[in-house]
Design a protein around this ligand. Structure first.
Ligand SMILES: [Zn+2]
Length: 126
């Protein structure tokens, strides 16, 4: 299984568990994006403003770079998932949060997250 397949597999497993897991969600900014959850746990990665990624030669790379952007379409080392339902009102991590972290780790991706509601879940792709 290569990196792309491992990532796709991790996302698929999270969806099968009943979560909503989206990547490369487009919008003019993160604040404009509304995703219906029906109370399900949600993770989503922002893919607007040239930040969408794709896989090339089994490396994650930016998939689109505008002519004025200083980025060179190079490697994407980490993506940041916004989330809801991973931390409860009291600030405790839910089962869904453990599932997200464990699933990415089991598929060979490092995870950087302090476990708080206000921090994104970073998943290391490189
Ligand atoms: Zn916006």
């Amino acid at each position: 299984m290569n990196r792309k397949q491992a990532f796709d597999s991790a996302m698929r497993e999270l969806r099968k568990s009943g979560m909503i897991a989206k990547r490369n969600v487009k919008g003019c900014c993160r604040g404009c994006i509304q995703i219906e959850t029906d109370g399900k746990p949600l993770i989503w990665h922002y893919g607007g403003q040239g930040k969408a990624f794709t896989w090339r030669d089994d490396k994650a790379v930016l998939s689109y770079v505008s002519s004025w952007d200083y980025d060179d379409g190079g490697a994407v080392e980490i993506i940041y998932f916004n989330h809801s339902g991973l931390v409860d009102e009291a600030g405790n991590r839910t089962d869904a949060s453990r599932l997200v972290v464990d699933t990415f780790l089991q598929h060979g991706f490092g995870v950087q997250w302090d476990g708080t509601k206000s921090s994104c879940v970073g998943v290391m792709l490189a």
